[in-house]
Design a binder for this molecule. Structure first.
Ligand SMILES: [Zn+2]
Length: 358
């Protein structure tokens, strides 16, 4: 996608392939069913029980808590902060929806269970029938992608939205990796450009890892401003993608809460002065938590809540719609921390899970 954009600058009057590609993309976005109308009785909180991944012990092969998404909602329901009937269930992103960003060849490559095993970083699962990989891994991911795309529409209507899933920021149009098989952030933004008639989006990526997928996809797109704060001593070490970050904050392993939040304050101040977005996409990975085996930072659970509050305040003060994706977070405790942060946002009146549109 990025390369075709950069090669489209010729002023010849001969019809250019990019135009028909762009027209096809627009028509796919306009005919998609993912942007369905959500009744005001629902909260802008998106989740489906089909998000959760568990089969043949895959959850034991991977440090990832693959039922994190469901547990976040269970905590919110148990605490009385969320009524189950208010949750929005998204549709699955179908092939035509995914083709908005991904080339057909990439989607075809996911038919190989070996390829999927590499992307989700489990030992080769060639012994697992491919149909099971499709049904138990890729289908949940496609539901989460549908959730991320719908979140932009809901954020525009309600001011905010949370997809309790998504945030596959290592996947670009042409390459999956790091547990990310589909580029939900790139898809979400392309849909927002066309369906929400907006032209300036800010990605605030605070997952512990560098968000190389969206960085590659929007490398030549000045409509997107990327703030990425990550541990530079862990995966993915993507030096090409780093060049496309508008504001890059590289942390060291072991960075503690106070230092982390201090850096975030400074970064948000610069971002606010540099760019005037019409939508904020907040990638809120909780692998910054102290003890996370992959993130290797030392932020406390309360630090995560303060972090999320700062980002929501940033958007609220500027009256910018914000959508949040839960992204990485690989400990059993992550679900509780995400739920506590959502409860904190509710207590501080930055979100209202009870509200009905009048
Ligand atoms: Zn991560």
């Amino acid at each position: 996608m990025a390369t075709s954009l950069s090669s489209s600058s010729s002023s010849s009057s001969v019809p250019k392939p990019i135009d028909s590609a762009e027209a096809l993309r627009t028509s796919r976005i306009l005919s998609s069913k993912l942007y369905f109308d959500v009744p005001p009785t629902k909260a802008p909180l998106i989740y489906s029980p089909t998000y959760d991944i568990a089969f043949l012990g895959i959850e034991k092969l991977h440090p990832f808590d693959s039922s994190k998404w469901g547990r976040i909602c269970q905590f919110l329901i148990k605490e009385g902060i969320l009524d189950k009937v208010r949750i929005v269930e998204p549709l699955e992103a179908l092939k035509d929806d995914l083709l908005v960003v991904h080339p057909e060849s990439y989607l075809k490559s996911l038919n190989s269970s070996m390829k999927v095993a590499i992307i989700i970083e489990v030992p080769p699962v060639a012994f697992i029938p491919n149909c099971l990989v499709q049904k138990k891994v890729l289908y949940p991911f496609r539901k989460q992608v549908g959730g991320s795309i719908l979140a932009a529409k809901l954020a525009k209507e309600r001011g905010w939205a949370i997809n309790v899933g998504g945030g596959f920021h290592h996947c670009s149009a042409e390459n999956g990796g790091g547990f990310c098989a589909y580029a939900d952030i790139s898809l979400c933004i392309q849909y927002a450009f066309v369906r929400l008639n907006i032209s300036r989006v800010m990605i605030i990526d605070l997952d512990a890892h560098q968000g190389n997928g969206h960085e590659i996809d929007f490398s030549n797109d000045r409509r997107v401003y990327i703030l990425d704060m990550y541990n530079s001593q862990i995966y993915p070490f993507d030096y090409e993608a780093k060049r496309y970050i508008n504001q890059k904050i590289e942390l060291q392993s072991g960075t503690k809460t106070e230092e982390y939040l201090d850096q975030l304050d400074k970064a948000l101040e610069v971002a606010g002065k540099s760019f005037d977005p019409e939508l904020v996409v907040y990638n809120a990975g909780t692998d910054i938590l102290d003890g996370d085996p992959l993130g290797r930072l030392k932020v406390s659970p309360n630090g995560v809540a303060i972090r999320d509050e700062k980002v929501f305040r940033f958007a609220r003060e500027r009256d910018i719609p914000l959508l949040m994706l839960t992204s990485g977070g690989y400990m059993k405790s992550s679900a509780r921390v995400v739920a506590d942060s959502i409860i904190n946002l509710s207590k501080k009146n930055l979100i209202d899970l009870d509200s009905r549109l009048s």
